[in-house]
Ligand binder design. Structure first.
Ligand SMILES: *[C@@H]1O[C@H](CO)[C@@H](O)[C@H](O)[C@H]1NC(C)=O
Ligand SMILES: *[C@@H]1O[C@H](CO)[C@@H](O)[C@H](O)[C@H]1NC(C)=O
Ligand SMILES: *[C@@H]1O[C@H](CO)[C@@H](O)[C@H](O)[C@H]1NC(C)=O
Ligand SMILES: *[C@@H]1O[C@H](CO)[C@@H](O)[C@H](O)[C@H]1NC(C)=O
Ligand SMILES: *[C@@H]1O[C@H](CO)[C@@H](O)[C@H](O)[C@H]1NC(C)=O
Length: 428
């Protein structure tokens, strides 16, 4: 149930929204939506995509081209990557000596742009090269998490005593976020190689920082933020699609979803609003063109598959989650994209992915993007290079976080190439 206040704001928003609406027909090569489908130049556009945040970090064009060629050969039509790579000034010397890609540097309450050869020129190259291989790019503007310089840098530098809430509520932070969004949107606004803009990777009330009192179940904080930012982008760019980049949490969709653990009823934070989104409501926002959600039950529920949890398995939890997002998208009459999912272990992957992907296909998901695409045979740094954090290129293999699938893992690879063939047949 949405609050009266939110309903009121959404109504006011639709009036204001008329000033930030689309104008004119989208240029050729831009993806549009029609009901639950994407369309490209008048034809349906269903896809399997690749997640790769490391691609803009590569320093040689041969590797970039080889990666796109491998994606194309696997039937992939969409790449999702990070449009953020922000550094604290203290990290700059290391970044310079390791040739790390960075777009923003924080050394005060106003970040500085790096649009040079180690900066946005690398993202330019990814967007441009993608087009050569018939691939379109989803670009996320920031991260809920610390990795590659997300929301905590904004909070640290602008409201140092703040909680994670400040990211969504502090006007100075919102204005610095929008200043960055404006740079990227203006840079690629005429490019048909952009599939969509994404407001944030995995917006939650909590990040690597704690939340405060303003972001909690029923506060609608993230919904308001989604609305303001999507309207802002629509004002800059009439035609590219816009989405949240969220994990797809529900709020009060079903009463009291949870599970028993050691004799105690645990309320499920993905359903009770505590995580922060309200997928059903967020998808109705004027300038949110399609829905996104993620699936990581092994991360989210360390307790699943224990005897106490009866038959509530990783696989089954994911199937429910897929079904419910498909229903919600049907209700909103907008496309839905399963844009990240993963399970640990090769055997878990080969058992679970065919079921999850199978159901996503059956429920006519417009897009499916496993986490995450792996590439072998990279020459960057002679085949061995430390990027940042635990991200390494080792013996030519792109970073492996346990979810990475490479072409040599033939059973998993085949799940996705088969699914891509189905989606590509639907795109005629
Ligand atoms: C750094 O990356 C650029 C590509 O962006 C490359 O041309 C250059 O050779 C690299 N420098 C070093 C020292 O590896
Ligand atoms: C950034 O660097 C400053 C010191 O200059 C430090 O106080 C702060 O914790 C750092 N913030 C992050 C998010 O790394
Ligand atoms: C768990 O699955 C088994 C076998 O499918 C079934 O017999 C049993 O009733 C199930 N238990 C619960 C609690 O659903
Ligand atoms: C597969 O999933 C189960 C259930 O979460 C887990 O216990 C097991 O460790 C996983 N296998 C691997 C190799 O990660
Ligand atoms: C596939 O390549 C990765 C990365 O080099 C390696 O770790 C893995 O053992 C290989 N898997 C198979 C099945 O050969």
């Amino acid at each position: 149930m949405r609050s009266l206040l939110l309903t009121l704001l959404l109504c006011l928003g639709s009036i204001a929204g008329t000033f930030a609406g689309r104008s004119g027909r989208p240029p050729r090569g831009f993806v549009t939506t029609k009901g639950r489908e994407f369309q490209l130049d008048g034809k349906p556009f269903y896809f399997v995509g690749a997640n790769s945040y490391w691609l803009p970090h590569l320093t040689n064009q041969r590797d970039v081209e080889a990666t796109f060629r491998e994606m194309r050969d696997a039937g992939i039509k969409v790449l999702r990557t990070w449009g953020f790579n922000a550094l604290n000034a203290t990290e700059l010397p290391d970044a310079l000596s390791s040739n790390l890609t960075y777009y923003q540097v924080w050394d005060g309450p106003k970040w500085k742009l790096n649009d040079g050869p180690q900066g946005l020129r690398r993202l330019d190259n990814i967007v441009e090269t993608a087009g050569k291989y018939g691939i379109k790019v989803i670009i996320a503007f920031t991260n809920n998490w610390g990795a590659y310089g997300g929301s905590s840098l904004y909070v640290n530098w602008i409201e140092p005593d703040g909680t994670h809430d400040a990211f969504y509520t502090n006007r100075k932070i919102i204005s610095e976020y929008q200043r960055y969004v404006r740079v990227l949107v203006n840079r690629y606004k005429n490019s048909p190689n952009i599939f969509a803009w994404e407001l944030m990777n995995e917006a939650r009330c909590r990040g690597d920082m704690q939340n405060g009192p303003d972001c909690k179940a029923g506060s609608d904080t993230i919904t308001h933020w989604y609305k303001e930012q999507s309207d802002f982008i629509r004002g800059l760019d009439s035609h590219h699609l816009i989405t949240t980049g969220g994990e797809g949490h529900f709020y009060k969709r079903n009463e009291d979803v949870g599970y028993w653990y050691q004799g105690k009823w645990i309320s499920d934070y993905n359903y009770n609003g505590q995580a922060g989104e309200d997928f059903d409501v967020d998808l109705t926002l004027d300038n949110i063109d399609f829905g996104t959600y993620h699936i990581y039950p092994q991360y989210w529920y360390a307790n699943l598959d224990t005897p106490e949890r009866d038959n509530f398995t990783i696989g089954a939890w994911g199937l429910d989650w897929i079904r419910q997002h498909a229903e919600s998208a049907k209700e909103a009459n907008k496309p839905v994209v399963l844009e990240e999912f993963g399970s640990f272990g090769y055997q878990n992957k080969t058992e679970i992915y065919p079921r999850w992907v199978g159901l996503a296909l059956e429920t006519r998901h417009a897009g499916i993007l496993p986490w995450q695409f792996g590439m072998l045979g990279l020459k960057d740094g002679g085949g061995n290079r430390h990027l940042k954090y635990g991200d390494y290129i080792i013996d030519g293999a792109s970073p492996n976080d346990g979810f990475t699938y490479y072409k040599n893992q033939t059973a998993v690879w085949k799940v996705f190439t088969d699914a891509a063939a189905v989606q590509n047949r639907r795109s005629r």
